[in-house]
Design a protein around this ligand. Structure first.
Ligand SMILES: [Zn+2]
Length: 230
């Protein structure tokens, strides 16, 4: 880092101090969105096999998928819940882009993006997007794009309605809950698409999203990436 950059960072931090998105500690000029301690303690998923892992297995027997991965484990630990809460509810689109870049830096070294032609983030319903001010999955996708150069397609698929939380639903209720959630309104001009979401739990929303794309373009190849996986 040159002297001007260092001076600028110190000056910026003096004017508007920045805090860790997880523990709230004051960040030093070398730290970005998380303090070093929180960054090192994230429960990273070390997925090596992109065809056979916790994410791809969610879709086996339901949808043919290619490369699948997820960055961190969404477990019981409060740290991850705080991070996702900041991303979704505390107006932190900057955190989404930064997390997208961190995911992409790791995955690009491992060849994850080979053959993928574009990124499509899971869209929010327009009412939720208006309330939140941004789509967190789109911010993740933009961060990935900053590293990989892959185009991010927005406005091609619309979320027709909001699905309810699925925690206490039976299997058949879950299927009904995500039925016809998405509508492909413009032909997708690429053959291998990477679908991005913030958290994959049951995979039902992502499956519904992918199925709507496959229905509109039967020869499309689907890869899947999420920030976190339960
Ligand atoms: Zn921290």
């Amino acid at each position: 880092m040159n002297k001007v950059t260092t001076w600028w960072r110190d000056f910026r931090d003096l004017l508007s101090p920045r805090y860790c998105a997880i523990c709230g500690k004051h960040l030093n000029p070398c730290e970005e969105k998380l303090c070093t301690s929180c960054l090192l303690q994230l429960p990273y998923l070390s997925i090596q096999d992109y065809l056979d892992n916790d994410v791809s297995r969610v879709f086996w027997g339901k949808l043919p998928v290619e490369q699948c991965s997820s960055f961190i484990r969404y477990g019981a630990d409060d740290e991850i819940h705080r991070l996702v809460h900041q991303l979704k509810y505390r107006h932190r689109p900057d955190l989404g882009r930064w997390l997208g870049r961190q995911m992409a830096l790791k995955l690009q070294r491992e060849g994850f993006f080979e053959g993928i032609e574009c990124i499509i983030p899971v869209p929010l319903h327009w009412r939720r997007r208006l309330k939140r001010g941004y789509n967190q999955s789109e911010q993740l996708a933009l961060g990935v794009s900053q590293i990989t150069g892959l185009p991010v397609l927005t406005g091609y698929v619309r979320r027709v309605r909001n699905n309810k939380t699925q925690t206490h639903m039976s299997h058949s209720e879950r299927i009904e809950n995500v039925k016809d959630l998405f509508w492909v309104r413009r032909p997708i001009p690429h053959l291998h698409v990477l679908l991005i979401d913030d958290v994959i739990t049951t995979g039902a929303t992502m499956l519904s999203f992918a199925e709507s794309i496959v229905a509109s373009k039967p020869d499309v190849r689907i890869s899947i990436l999420s920030l976190a996986k339960t």
